[in-house]
Structures are given as structure tokens and as C-alpha cells.
Design a binder for this molecule. Structure first.
Ligand code: HEM
Ligand code: HEM
Length: 235
């Protein structure tokens, strides 16, 4: 049997883990209710003729309310995420270290590993791989734009309200109400495409390396065969 000296590294703070799962649940809720808002007929035979909808409970009013409540939760958790990153070094792990050689080396290695040209276990180990470091900031940006466009549309139903005064300019900036809807719609799909690939890559890593990748967002720990080259980013 091969002897290895495994190293257990604490990576994700409790705040980050709580944010991750709250974020996941709200985005799924927002996506499903959002699709219904965009096209109420996607529920097929469950769709009820408008006159009788109130009696049945599944009304556009109700679905929109769920969307807005989840929107407020997403906003609160995003603010929470920004605040915790000010205090904890680990919570700033997501930025790509483009000025460092190990980032570029890592990007090459992870690409070769993802297309199964290079074997897992070869090359360097990373606490957070370069591909993840490149994509996560874009995911945060996409969530931020969803919040901004979402609350800009929300403000439209009550002109003069807090949200319409704060974010009303977004309507003009993106070329009108229709375009704000479109951006909100396209980015919703982009986030879901990310989520599907993200889950695949997490499960792939767990299956090939059995390093606690899948459970790391619950426990906070991952296990490494070699010392990760970017260890100083979390310790
Ligand atoms: C809407 C769905 C999801 C979104 C938007 C999302 C987003 C993210 C983001 C932004 C991070 C980086 C956190 C940071 O360090 O700042 C992350 C990490 C992680 N997520 Fe998710 N996630 C989603 C769903 C899931 C699901 C369903 C799983 C479990 C199968 C999962 C497992 C993980 C794990 C294990 C990590 C750490 C991976 C690493 O070190 O790179 N995520 N996720
Ligand atoms: C990642 C998070 C989110 C997702 C996936 C999402 C998804 C969607 C989708 C797919 C639509 C339908 C767009 C269309 O085809 O016209 C929609 C509409 C809308 N969303 Fe979101 N949304 C998110 C966040 C938010 C937030 C934070 C708010 C703020 C309250 C918000 C407010 C709205 C509003 C006001 C509408 C239009 C409702 C209407 O026309 O009656 N969304 N959303």
C-alpha cells in the first residue's frame, strides 16, 4: 500500500459556508419563480385560468412575492459575504493571483486535468485551483448584477420609492425596461449553467481524488497529498 503524508487544511470559515448554502437555496428559488414570472405557462397543466387563480393559490402575485422575498435574502447574504471578507483572509481566497507564476502554471495544469490529458495527482496541489479563482469572481459579479437589475425592476412598480430612486438609472443605462428584463433573464441562465458545471467539477474532484472536496463546504476542510503551493493564502 502507498504511504502518503496527507495534510488537512482548514479553508472555509463558518460564515462563508452559511453564505454558500443560503446563496444556493435562494438562487434556486429565484430561478424557478423567475422562470414562472417570465413565462407563466411553463408549469403546463398546473397553470390555472386567471379568473380562478386566486382560489387555487398559484397566482402570479404569490410567485412574485416569493421571488422578491428571496431577492431580499440574496441581497442580505451578499452584503454579509462582503463584510466577512473584510475580516478574514480565508474569505478572500477567490481572487485570481494573476501576478504570480503559480496561477498561470495552475491554469495550464487544471485545463489539462479537466480534459483528462493530465492525471490527478500529477503536477502541483492547490487549495483553490486557478480555474475556480478565475470563474468565482465573475459569479459574484453576475449575482451583483442580478441584484441591481432585479431591484431596479422592483422599483418600477412604485415610482419615487427607495429602489426606484437608487437604481432607476439602470433602466436608461441598459436601454430601457425590456433590456433590463433581458439582461436579468440571460444572466439567470448563465448562473444556472455555472451551477451545473460547478456541481459536476466538485463531484469529479471528489470521485478522482477522494480529498473531501464535496464535504468541504460543510466541514470547512480539504485533504491534500502534497503541500498546496497557494497554502499561504489561507494560513
Ligand atoms: C446556485 C448554485 C451555486 C452557486 C452560485 C455556487 C457558488 C459558489 C462560489 C461562488 C464558490 C466560491 C466561494 C468562495 O470561496 O468565495 C463556491 C464554492 C464551492 N461550492 Fe458552490 N455554488 C452553488 C452550488 C453548489 C452545490 C450544489 C454544491 C455541492 C455539490 C457546491 C459545492 C461547492 C464546493 C465544494 C465549493 C468549494 C470548491 C473550491 O474550493 O473551489 N456548490 N460555490
Ligand atoms: C440570481 C438571482 C435571480 C434569478 C436567477 C432571477 C431570475 C429571474 C427571471 C428568470 C425573471 C424573468 C425575467 C423575464 O423573462 O422577464 C425574473 C424577473 C424578475 N426578477 Fe429576478 N432573479 C434573481 C434575482 C432577483 C432579485 C435580487 C430581485 C430583486 C427584488 C429580482 C426581481 C425581479 C423582478 C422585479 C422581476 C420582474 C417581475 C415582473 O416583471 O413581474 N430578481 N427574475
Amino acid at each position: 500500500m502507498r504511504e502518503i503524508e496527507a495534510k488537512k487544511v482548514y479553508i472555509f470559515s463558518p460564515g462563508l459556508r452559511i453564505w454558500h448554502w443560503v446563496n444556493f437555496l435562494t438562487i434556486i428559488t429565484l430561478f424557478i419563480t423567475g422562470l414562472y414570472i417570465g413565462n407563466p405557462f411553463f408549469l403546463g397543466p398546473v397553470g390555472v385560468e386567471a379568473t380562478y387563480a386566486y382560489k387555487e393559490g398559484i397566482t402570479m402575485d404569490f410567485i412574485r412575492k416569493i421571488h422578491f422575498i428571496a431577492g431580499y435574502v440574496l441581497l442580505a447574504s451578499f452584503i454579509f459575504r462582503v463584510i466577512i471578507s473584510l475580516f478574514n483572509k480565508r474569505d478572500r481566497l477567490l481572487f485570481p493571483a494573476i501576478w504570480r507564476r503559480d496561477y498561470w502554471m495552475g491554469l495550464k495544469e487544471i485545463t489539462l486535468k479537466y480534459i483528462f490529458v493530465m492525471k490527478e495527482g500529477e503536477g502541483q496541489e492547490y487549495v483553490r485551483n486557478a480555474c475556480a479563482r478565475t470563474v468565482y469572481p465573475l459569479v459574484y459579479l453576475a449575482i451583483f448584477v442580478m441584484i441591481a437589475t432585479g431591484f431596479a425592476m422592483y422599483g418600477m412598480s412604485s415610482p419615487g420609492s427607495f429602489w426606484s430612486s437608487l437604481l432607476g438609472w439602470i433602466l436608461g443605462f441598459l436601454g430601457g425596461e425590456f433590456m433590463v428584463h433581458m439582461w436579468h433573464h440571460w444572466l439567470a441562465w448563465l448562473i444556472i449553467v455555472f451551477a451545473v458545471l460547478h456541481v459536476y467539477l466538485v463531484i469529479r474532484e471528489e470521485a478522482l481524488k477522494k480529498n473531501g472536496e464535496l464535504s468541504s463546504m460543510f466541514s470547512g476542510y480539504k485533504v491534500f497529498e502534497k503541500e498546496p503551493v497557494d497554502l499561504k493564502d489561507v494560513e
